[in-house]
Design a protein around this ligand. Structure first.
Ligand code: MSP
Length: 510
């Protein structure tokens, strides 16, 4: 069984912003988790390169759309490498294989009698690449998301018979598992209830797009083109790849992770298009919330956009990952506040997790000849129960894509272990010779708990996880599976410990 997870294919009008970094990091953690539990994973990301928005951006820069796309696409790839994103496929919608898939798909939809020529009149947001419903209700005729003026369009376009799929889409939405979180599902259900309207899938007077076969001057609407990137991404650029083969390559996707603003496209238009073409539907769509900054929407005009590259240079991947994964519940909006960010990193990673490791390795080195303690097993281990419960909760949360709860589970466990250490006071016990066995057990327990913490951190903070493992004198490559590694007692006794050094540096608030 292959597990396929996708990010949206990002528009290349600009380099990645914090919103795209956020989605990509969540997908990365889920992909890493699935690999750790032994699944074969295909993690797809990529870029959405066609359409009016990109054509205009290129023109403003005095570049050809292709040159502009080449430049921004490579910036995306570079960024994902800097953020240590473990993607398997990176699809560009300007690629040949993608064009081939779009054409093949269109043919199937045409054969299902779902395409007709009609008149498209309406107000269009170039930022969203979408016609807006009832903009009359909106006195300023502005896009509520982009705060830019809508443009009036009146063209003869090809239409897709979305209305034909009303019943099937309603049925699909009956499945509680299809859209998450629940509130988002309800919004979509209400929208569908109002009746689905056919939508146009081609544009005239737009050169930067895939030409519609045999229909002059028409290029495909960017969404009709981009969504198919999720399938063409599977191709490995093979000439022989076709829709026919998609299931052999793992289709359908298990999870499309997207922002809430593009949920309609993914949970209504996309499934209907796939139904028309006779292709399997993705299993789940997760719509995450929006990031704001100090309570305000981020925007160029407000001058409060957080540049992810600057964050990365200043704080490093692990701090930003921890904040985004642990502090924001998947589905809810999240606010990035500088002070809160610094406090969370210092409290959680430096003071709680880092300090626990530092204290316990230092004591062990000092008292047990630079090694982990060696002793005969005791069968009364209270830590064992807490550990087992933590692991069980953590796995359950990950299975539910409840990443913030999984992260909090690790943090709470670390707090409990710190408390255990403080309560036991091995630094007082060690003063008496006959307490040595007890001290050994306490120190071993804390070191072993740190090993478990490192393992649990692996899908969330891969770099920090490895640093902790090394500090425990262990190798991060193991013959055992991750789940096997998670059983208590994996830390060898009487094993050399390297000189203790902080695995995470405290951040300063500026
Ligand atoms: N190209 C389309 C997706 C096509 S998928 C076949 C697109 N691209 S986008 O670059 O504009 O947006 C990509 C993602 O970024 C979306 O999921 C969107 O929700 C997300 N975000 C944009 N701003 C955001 C925040 N401020 N916070 C969190 N995510 C945000 O749409």
């Amino acid at each position: 069984m292959t597990f396929i997870i996708t990010t949206p294919l990002y528009y290349v009008n600009d380099k990645p912003h914090l919103g795209s970094v956020y989605t990509t990091i969540i997908c990365d953690s889920i992909a890493r988790y699935k690999r750790l539990i032994g699944e074969k994973v295909i993690f797809i990301t990529g870029v959405d390169e066609h359409g009016l928005k990109i054509q205009r951006t290129a023109l403003e820069k005095g570049l050809s759309p292709q040159d502009h796309c080449d430049e921004i696409s490579s910036i995306f790839k570079d960024n994902w490498n800097k953020w240590d994103i473990s993607y398997d496929k990176f699809i560009r919608t300007s690629s040949k294989v993608h064009e081939k898939i779009v054409n093949e798909f269109f043919k199937r939809v045409q054969d299902s009698n779902d395409i007709y020529m009609g008149e498209q009149k309406g107000w269009y947001c170039v930022g969203c690449e979408e016609f807006k419903d009832n903009p009359d209700n909106n006195s300023s005729l502005q896009c509520p998301i982009h705060k830019k003026n809508l443009e009036w369009k009146n063209e003869r376009n090809l239409f897709f018979r979305l209305s034909k799929y009303q019943k099937e889409i309603e049925k699909l939405l009956d499945d509680q598992e299809f859209i998450e979180p629940k509130e988002r599902r309800n919004e979509i259900i209400q929208f569908v209830k109002r009746g689905l309207k056919d939508f146009s899938i081609s544009r005239t007077n737009l050169e930067w797009g895939i030409s519609v076969p045999n229909i002059e001057r028409h290029t495909f609407y960017v969404w009709f083109d981009a969504l198919l990137g999720y399938i063409s991404a599977l191709s490995d650029e093979e000439d022989s790849f076709s829709l026919e083969h998609s299931s052999k390559f793992g289709w359908p996707a298990d999870v499309h992770l997207i922002g809430k603003d593009i949920l309609r496209f993914h949970s209504i238009y996309w499934p209907a298009m796939l139904m028309s073409a006779g292709i399997k539907l993705p299993k789940k769509i997760i719509g995450h919330g929006f990031l704001t900054r100090e309570g305000q929407k981020m925007g160029k005009s407000l001058g409060n956009v957080l540049d992810p590259e600057q964050l990365l240079t200043k704080y490093g991947t692990e701090s930003v990952r921890w904040f985004l994964l642990k502090d924001i519940s998947l589905g809810s909006d999240g606010d990035f506040q500088d002070r809160r960010f610094v406090d969370i990193i210092n409290n959680d990673l430096a003071n709680t997790i880092g300090n626990l490791l530092n204290r316990s390795t230092s004591m062990s080195r000092k008292w047990f000849e630079n090694k982990t303690p060696s002793f005969f097993d005791d069968n009364e281990n209270t830590i064992l129960k807490i550990t087992e419960k933590t692991i069980a909760n953590y796995l359950k949360y990950f299975e539910e894509y409840n990443l913030d709860s999984a992260a909090n589970e690790i943090l709470n466990y670390s707090i409990k272990i710190n408390l255990y250490l403080n309560k036991k006071e091995p630094w007082s016990l060690i003063k008496k010779e006959n307490n040595i066995q007890e001290v050994k057990i306490i120190i071993y327990n804390v070191l072993e708990a740190s090993r478990i913490i490192a393992l649990l951190l692996k899908p969330l903070l891969p770099e920090l996880s490895i640093k902790i493992i090394h500090q425990l004198g262990l190798n991060d490559k193991s013959n055992k599976s991750w789940k096997e590694e998670l059983s208590w007692g994996g830390l060898p006794k009487n094993n050399y410990l390297p000189i203790s050094k902080p695995v995470i540096t405290k951040l300063e608030y500026e």
